[in-house]
Design a protein around this ligand. Sequence first.
Ligand SMILES: Nc1nc2c(c(=O)[nH]1)N[C@@H](CN(C=O)c1ccc(C(=O)N[C@@H](CCC(=O)O)C(=O)O)cc1)CN2
Length: 290
Amino acid sequence: METAKILDGKALAAKIQQELADTITASQPKIGRPPGLAVLMVGDNPASAAYVKNKEKACAKVGIASFGRHFPTQTSQSELEAVIEELNQDERVDGILVQLPLPKHLDAISLLHKIAPDKDADGLHPVNLGRLVRDEPGLRSCTPAGVMRLLEEYKIPLMGKQAVVVGRSILVGKPMALMLLAANATVTIAHSRTQDLKTITQNADILVAAAGIPGLITAEMVKPGAVVVDVGINRVTDSNGKSRLIGDIDFTTIADVAEYITPVPGGIGPMTVAILLQNTVFSYLQTNSN
Ligand SMILES: Nc1nc2c(c(=O)[nH]1)N[C@@H](CN(C=O)c1ccc(C(=O)N[C@@H](CCC(=O)O)C(=O)O)cc1)CN2
């Protein structure tokens, strides 16, 4: 087998961002304001701070106004709920998201419930997850929707294929499985308690690694010719003290087995941000459609 073809999320994300910028330029004179996104960040997690900065930079690039707020670690649940309620009422704001993970004393799920479903830029509100379960239009979770968009761009067939999702988080694993199912794949979800993971992954035509465990998927766990999507974003420190980002798969060896593969960085990460912007513009256009 030749070396796998790269599913280039960075290039596709740039294309989506350009399309969104054009849509905003065309719509803004009629609507009278730009789309707005509010990213709420609590505490000082350096990775989260970098992702939030990245999201705000991407917003500025396409013409989305940022209404982000940064709160100290000790902020209470009720203070955050009040801010979300205020943003729900703010007509300049089309999308709201709470950057995850949150400090331990906060209940993320109950905060997500407070976001107005039509401003739920992350697609994590129960109403939007329900719409996904029922195959109805709605705001979709950014990372899995980014995976689907990338597979579509490269015309990867999904109908009737065996898809295995490793990971069952509400952010990625569960919505990912539902989206693959909606595309008529036969879906298996594996997780930390799965026995004999290798036997399951070896059967996958489409393998999505979203377990948050660096290098979990190795070449012998991959079916020759499979499409391997790496959702992992793990920062590790080399023996020489240098920090770098790696995914959940052993990229170098799997590239010799798979037909398509996503890199980290440059794969699903940029797609997550592109879909977030897309969700915000979708809400903006929906709100102002009459
Ligand atoms: N509320 C949310 N919280 C979190 C989400 C999310 O979708 N919604 N996902 C992750 C973090 N994340 C976005 O928030 C995210 C992570 C990584 C990237 C990205 O573009 N990564 C680059 C590399 C960046 C680097 O060098 O560090 C890449 O993969 O090429 C974007 C978004 C958890 N929290």
